[in-house]
Design a protein around this ligand. Structure first.
Ligand SMILES: NC(=O)c1ccc[n+]([C@@H]2O[C@H](COP(=O)([O-])OP(=O)(O)OC[C@H]3O[C@@H](n4cnc5c(N)ncnc54)[C@H](O)[C@@H]3O)[C@@H](O)[C@H]2O)c1
Ligand SMILES: [Zn+2]
Length: 378
C-alpha cells in the first residue's frame, strides 16, 4: 500500500537534531528535502561533513518566501526545526531571535496557507523552556505548586531551592506534564511558545494535522561544540577537551531531563507517521531527572579526564531550578519510548567529541563575560 507521505521538507535539517532526523527519514525510505541557511554561529556557513548526501539541500532562509514557495509545492509533510537556539543570547539579541523564530515561522505558515500545496502533516520543534520552572510538590502541605522564578534576593542569598509560600519548607521537583501553565523566562522561550501556538492554531484552522514536540535537553554527537550558547553537554565537553573544568552555576544540583538526539529523531518520525498526537503539544524527554553536576561528572569520566566540575555558586538571571518531563502522553499517543540511557549516550558523545577535539573551541568564558557585561549573572 503506498504511503500517503513520501516527501518531507525538514527546515534546519543541517543542524544537530535536523541531521539525525534526515538520516532516520532516509533510512525509512522517505525523500528528504532540507532548507537551511547554514547559520554562521552553528556551521560557519559551511555544510557539515555529517550531512547525508542522499538528502537534497537548498541553502536558504525560512524568512525568504521565494525559497519556501519553490519547495513547499512538492512535499507531503514539513518538520520545522530551523531556529536560533541560544537561551542566554536571546536576552541581548531580542530582535534577531524574534525575527528568526517568530517571523520565520510566520513566513512558513503564511506560504503554507497561501500557495498551492499538498502538505498533510506539520511537526514543529517546541521546547521545555516554555514551561519556565517545572512542577513541584510540598510534602508538608501535600499539594502541587507551579512556582515562578526565584526572586533576586533569594538567589543573592545563595538559597537555591524553591520554598513553599505557605509553610516555608523546600519544595520537591515532580515530572512536568503538558498541562502545566506556560511561563517562558527568556526571549528564546517566548519565541518557542509563539512557534508552537502559531503552528497549532493554523493547523487547527485549516485542518492540517500539526504536532508540537516539546523537546527537553537534547544531547549527542554533532552538537555544535564550539557554540557557547547551546546546551550544557556540548559546553562541558568542549571545556574538558580544552583542559578546563566544567563551570556549574548555583550548586550544580539543578535537575534536567537529558534526551538523546536519536530518541528525538524517532519522536519526529512517530509524530509524522501516527495521528494520535495531531493538534497537540507533547513532551519529548526521558522522564528521568539528572543533575547538571552528574552530567559534568559522567562526561569527564567518559573523556578519561580527572577534572572535577567547578561549582561557581553564581547564578544566571532567568534560570530555572528543576524541570524534567512527564512523558506519559508521548507514550500513549505516539508509542514513544526513549531507548538510550544517559551514561551510554554521554559515552557516545565523548567518543565523537574526542575525534573532533581540534574543532572544539572553548568559547565559554567569552559568553560568560557577555552575560556579566549585561548584568545577567549574579
Ligand atoms: N537542542 C536542544 O536541546 C533543543 C531543545 C528544545 C528544542 N530545540 C529546538 O529544536 C530545533 C533544532 O535545534 P538544534 O539543537 O538542532 O539546533 P541547531 O542550531 O543545531 O539547528 C538549527 C538549524 O537551523 C538552521 N537555521 C537557523 N536559522 C535559520 C533560518 N532562519 N533559516 C533556515 N535555517 C536556519 C541552522 O543553520 C541549523 O542548521 C530548534 O527549533 C530548537 O529550538 C532544541
Ligand atoms: Zn508547604
Amino acid at each position: 500500500m503506498p504511503r500517503s507521505i513520501d516527501r518531507v521538507l525538514i527546515t534546519g535539517g543541517a543542524g544537530f537534531i535536523g541531521s539525525y532526523t534526515v538520516d532516520l527519514f532516509l533510512e525509512e525510505g522517505y525523500d528528504v528535502i532540507v532548507v537551511d541557511n547554514l547559520e554562521g554561529q552553528v556551521h560557519g556557513g559551511k555544510l557539515p561533513s555529517y550531512f547525508n548526501p542522499k538528502a537534497s539541500i537548498t541553502i536558504g532562509d525560512v524568512r525568504d518566501r521565494r525559497v519556501l514557495q519553490e519547495y513547499l509545492r512538492d512535499v507531503d509533510a514539513i518538520i520545522h526545526l530551523a531556529a536560533a537556539v541560544g537561551v542566554g543570547q536571546s536576552m541581548y539579541q531580542v530582535e534577531r531571535y524574534v525575527d528568526y523564530n517568530t517571523r520565520g515561522t510566520a513566513t512558513l505558515l503564511d506560504v503554507l496557507i497561501n500557495t498551492e500545496n499538498r502538505v498533510r502533516k506539520f511537526v514543529v520543534a517546541s521546547s521545555m523552556s516554555i514551561y519556565g520552572e517545572g512542577k513541584y510538590f510540598c510534602e508538608k502541605c501535600n499539594r502541587y505548586l507551579n512556582p515562578g522564578l526565584r526572586d533576586l534576593r533569594q538567589l543573592q542569598e545563595r538559597r537555591w531551592e524553591h520554598l513553599c509560600p505557605t509553610c516555608g519548607s523546600e519544595l520537591k521537583p515532580r515530572p512536568t506534564d503538558e498541562e502545566k501553565p506556560l511561563s517562558p523566562t527568556s526571549i528564546y522561550a517566548q519565541t518557542k511558545r509563539h512557534q508552537e501556538e502559531m503552528c497549532l492554531l493554523i493547523g487547527k484552522t485549516y485542518g492540517i494535522p500539526t504536532v508540537a514536540l516539546r523537546y527537553f535537553n537534547v544531547y549527542g554527537p554533532r552538537q555544535a561544540l564550539s557554540n557557547p550558547y547551546t546546551g550544557a553537554c556540548a559546553i562541558f565537553t568542549s571545556r574538558i577537551l580544552n583542559d578546563k573544568p566544567p563551570y556549574l552555576f548555583e550548586d550544580g544540583e539543578q535537575l534536567r531531563d537529558f534526551v538523546h538526539v536519536k530518541d528525538v529523531a524517532k519522536a519526529n518520525l512517530l509524530a509524522i507517521e501516527r495521528s494520535g498526537a495531531d493538534y497537540k503539544a507533547v513532551n519529548i524527554g526521558t522522564g528521568k531527572p539528572t543533575s547538571i553536576k552528574k552530567v559534568a561528572e559522567i562526561i569527564a569520566k567518559a573523556l578519561g579526564s580527572n577534572l572535577k566540575p567547578y561549582i561557581s555558586n553564581r547564578f544566571r538571571k532567568g534560570d530555572i531550578r528543576h524541570c524534567y518531563a512527564d512523558i506519559s502522553i508521548a507514550k500513549e499517543l505516539l508509542g514513544y519510548t526513549p531507548s538510550i540511557e544517559i551514561e551510554e549516550g554521554l559515552k557516545e558523545l565523548a567518543a565523537w567529541a574526542s575525534k573532533e577535539k581540534w574543532g572544539a573551541l572553548d568559547l565559554f568564558e567569552k559568553s560568560l563575560r557577555e552575560l556579566e557585561e549585561k548584568g545577567l549573572v549574579g
